[in-house]
Design a protein around this ligand. Structure first.
Ligand SMILES: O=C(O)c1ccccc1NCC(=O)[C@H](O)[C@H](O)COP(=O)(O)O
Length: 265
């Protein structure tokens, strides 16, 4: 499937944003700063702990989205991160894309500075510059989307992230993309239930892909999860880590919802 519609637009905007960022802080400078940033909590170790008795929730700081528009545009990322930490989330995901998700690198830096949990930079990564930015901000992981990268890019970015001490989360939307991610040396894959072209979610996507995931890979189910029944459905496919955004951010009591998703009575 080619890249068009929403993805095409977001990648054009991203490319301009990265060029602008490079003209403020050159690549060599940000690389040196990233290399001098102290190690953050391990994303891989955190996710490896998860099991049916200790469900891993990666709780997302999500102000808005292309599919839903504004969700909570004024949310305080640090307050939410503190709530997620208290609720026993396994990790925190912070959207840094500004145009459609109203996120920023500032949100990422603020969250990283205020939690002991591993933090994922969720964005449309198109080059090494953004990987250095994430490390400099204190992140433990970055999102790499198989659909938008060549095999060479995916391999290079996975290894660069690892060299910087971050285990990347590699997003896939089909069995074919899983084979690509596996060949490129991914260890943690995010099976996205949301179709990036139509923006529709279907929880069967993860169930289907999970059937071919070998034991040496950690699968994460992402998108469209709103209650324990959705989690239970994933558990039956040997998925123990779940990335949840909108339903937590919109919940009256995000701490309670995270505990419900973790099946904590
Ligand atoms: O959320 C969207 O509408 C979206 C559209 C296109 C690309 C990515 C998108 N979201 C980023 C995410 O990966 C989700 O925020 C994450 O999986 C959580 O999903 P949800 O629990 O459904 O908010």
């Amino acid at each position: 499937m080619g890249i068009d519609g929403f993805l095409k637009q977001v990648l054009e905007i991203k490319s301009l944003e990265v060029s602008k960022a490079k003209s403020n802080i050159p690549l060599n400078t940000i690389r040196r700063e990233a290399e001098n940033t102290k190690p953050a909590a391990s994303f891989l170790t955190a996710l490896q702990k998860s099991s049916p008795d200790d469900i891993g929730i990666i709780a997302e700081v999500k102000k808005a989205s292309p599919s839903k528009g504004d969700i909570r545009p004024d949310l305080d990322p640090v307050l939410y991160a503190q709530t997620y930490t208290m609720a026993g989330a396994r990790a925190i995901s912070v959207l840094t894309e500004s145009q459609y998700f109203k996120g920023s690198l500032k949100d990422l830096e603020a969250v990283c500075a205020n939690t002991e949990l591993p933090v994922l930079r969720k964005d449309f990564t198109i080059g090494s510059y953004q990987i250095y930015e994430a490390k400099k901000a204190g992140a433990s992981s970055i999102l790499l989307i198989t659909t938008i990268l060549s095999k060479d890019q995916l391999t290079d970015y996975i290894h660069l992230a690892r060299e910087l001490g971050m285990e990347p989360l590699v997003e896939i939307t089909s069995e074919k993309e899983f084979e690509i991610a596996y060949d490129c040396d991914a260890k943690v894959v995010d099976m996205n239930n949301r179709n990036l072209q139509t923006l529709e979610t279907d929880l069967n996507v993860s169930k289907r892909i999970a059937a071919i995931i070998p034991e040496d890979i950690i699968p994460v189910e992402a998108s469209g999860i709103s209650c324990f029944a959705d989690i239970d459905n994933g558990l039956s496919s040997n998925i123990f880590n779940f990335l949840v955004g909108e339903s937590i951010v919109k919940a009256k009591d995000p701490e309670l919802l995270i505990k419900e998703l973790r099946n904590i009575k």
